[in-house]
Design a protein around this ligand. Structure first.
Ligand SMILES: Cc1cc2nc3c(=O)[nH]c(=O)nc-3n(C[C@H](O)[C@H](O)[C@H](O)COP(=O)(O)OP(=O)(O)OC[C@H]3O[C@@H](n4cnc5c(N)ncnc54)[C@H](O)[C@@H]3O)c2cc1C
Length: 487
């Protein structure tokens, strides 16, 4: 039996391990291991996976279960330690080879090592494939250890040498249907899990949904044509591609996105916006490669900069941030959007991350863990990489940079539509004050039906003073680092 170990690649299109396994004459089965770590609590005390994220995963699995059935491949589910489960599959199903994509995350690497060891003990090979990124590492003009420190250096090198994504893997062949009792059982288990999850998500999981979204954004709406101008929008669905949840679960291959984008450019139109989607996908590649290069260092409080910043571990302030109760409408609307929908715009992510680290001074890893629990598109490399970047501890951070969250609101949502949507209690606040309701006088507050401290919180921190304080902490950390280096 050939075993395809499914991970964050819940699709049948552009799936090299599946296609290659089905090229052999041996029967093929697939296996998926639930990540038991997702049920653990984080250091800050909340579950690592919120129910919305879990629902998205279950939907993605339900669909791959069905897609695999159509090509005769049964799917097994398991929930234990990766090495033990692999050993069990090898033994029970007389597995002769394992095929799997490899991933850069450190936990993913631990699982890979465990599966490789189980295979070695059984005397069978594991064939590892690379496919989480647009570009293949072997095609890059540098070794991973030589990855440029910053995104710009990486992008320029790639573009100068015109490095392109590879073609998609061939569509998987059908096999004579292989009946295993476990396949029916896993279908029932997934349906049961799905029925028990009574939550709404802003999009649904699964390969077909992902492929539909790609067509809708490119060819049907053609909203891709002004992506570059609209991508900072926070409320309108088509302001950005919203492909991230399916890219994260692997229900959509980055190469499929790229080649469909090229087809769009050839058949419809190419402009700065169509290029910009490619540019953003390169950001995703950059963080994946950075995680391959840096491993565990991506999770250190000091970051890749090794800056000994004193982060605060204030649970009360952190909770106010998580709940969208900071008194700053841009932050609160974005955080409530995350909790209610499992999504937040890129502009919202930049601002909420900046506020947590550069105003509240809280350990960026708490913020990253909260995002991890709630984002349907959580992708460990993109999440922790972006958090380090915004917190100012990423590989190429230079000076202290922060967002002024009131000015950002005024700039990107001048009429306050986004804020009013997620904070209905501010519905009647005039546009001029929508990002600073605390500046309304008594009469203004009354007319807007806002009672600070009751219907909407007072600001939990002074913006300017807190930015100044954090700037000092940042500079102090820089001096400490210099001293450390020169000693
Ligand atoms: C603090 C913080 C945490 C983040 N966490 C994640 C995460 O866990 N998962 C995730 O996919 N993205 C993350 N991002 C990046 C970005 O915000 C999302 O990819 C984007 O908002 C998803 O919406 P979209 O698909 O409409 O993006 P679009 O603007 O349409 O971009 C297209 C695709 O490009 C990729 N992309 C765009 N921007 C980035 C970026 N800055 N870094 C990496 N890839 C990017 C994504 O795959 C995205 O789907 C984070 C950004 C910040 C600032």
């Amino acid at each position: 039996m050939e075993l395809v170990w499914l991970r964050s690649d819940l699709r049948v299109h552009d799936h090299a391990p599946l296609s290659e396994a089905l090229e052999t004459d041996t029967p093929v089965m697939a296996g998926y291991l639930f990540n038991r770590r997702r049920q653990e609590l984080t250091e800050a005390g909340f579950a690592r996976e919120d129910t919305k994220r879990h629902k998205f995963l279950i939907e993605s699995l339900l669909e791959i279960h069905q897609q695999l059935s159509q090509i005769g491949v049964p799917l097994m589910l398991a929930e234990g330690e990766a090495g033990q489960e692999a050993a069990d599959w090898i033994d029970r199903f007389h597995v002769t080879r394992i095929h799997a994509y490899t991933y850069p995350g450190t936990e993913e690497q631990v699982d890979e090592k465990a599966v490789a060891e189980a295979a070695e003990q059984a005397g069978i090979p594991v064939i590892w494939y690379e496919g989480d990124t647009l570009l293949h590492t072997e095609d890059l003009p540098f070794a991973i250890s030589e990855l440029p420190k910053g995104f710009s250096g990486f992008r320029k090198k790639v573009e100068k040498q015109d490095i392109l994504p590879r073609e998609e893997a061939a569509a998987p062949k059908e096999q004579q249907p292989l009946y295993l009792e476990e396949h029916a059982a896993s279908g029932e288990k997934l349906m049961e899990a799905f029925r028990s999850l009574d939550v709404q998500t802003f999009v649904n999981g699964g390969e077909q949904e992902g492929l539909r979204r790609l067509q809708a954004y490119l060819f049907e709406s053609r909203d891709i044509l002004d992506y570059k101008e609209r991508r900072n929008g926070m409320l309108v669905f088509n302001d950005s591609s919203k492909l991230s949840p399916w890219l994260a679960s692997g229900s959509l291959s980055p190469r499929r996105v790229y080649w469909e984008l090229k087809r769009f450019e050839e058949e419809v139109h190419a402009n700065d916006s169509t290029y910009w989607l490619f540019f953003e996908l390169l950001w995703r590649d950059f963080f994946h490669l950075l995680m391959r290069k840096k491993g565990r260092d991506m999770f250190l409080a000091e970051g890749l900069q090794q800056l000994p910043i004193e982060w605060k571990l204030d649970k009360e302030l952190f909770q106010a941030w998580c709940d969208g109760m900071t008194g700053y409408p841009l932050i609160d609307a974005s955080m409530r959007q995350l909790k209610e929908c499992g999504f937040m715009s890129n502009r919202g992510r930049q601002n909420t991350a900046s506020f947590l680290t550069k105003n509240l001074g809280i350990d960026w890893r708490w913020g990253a863990a909260w995002f991890e629990a709630h984002l349907l598109d959580h992708d460990v490399a993109s999440n922790y990489g972006n958090w380090q970047y915004v917190a100012g501890v990423g590989s190429d951070a230079k000076e202290f940079r922060a967002f002024h969250v009131v000015n950002q609101g005024k700039r990107y949502d001048s009429k306050g539509d986004f804020v009013r949507f997620f904070l209905p209690e501010l519905n009647y606040v005039p546009n001029k004050y929508i990002y600073e309701p605390f500046k309304l006088d008594e009469r203004g507050l009354k007319e807007a039906a806002v009672e600070l401290g009751q219907t909407y919180p007072f600001p939990i921190v002074d913006l300017d003073a807190s930015l100044e304080e954090r700037k000092q902490a940042f500079h102090q950390a820089r001096s400490q680092k210099k001293e450390r280096v020169s000693r």
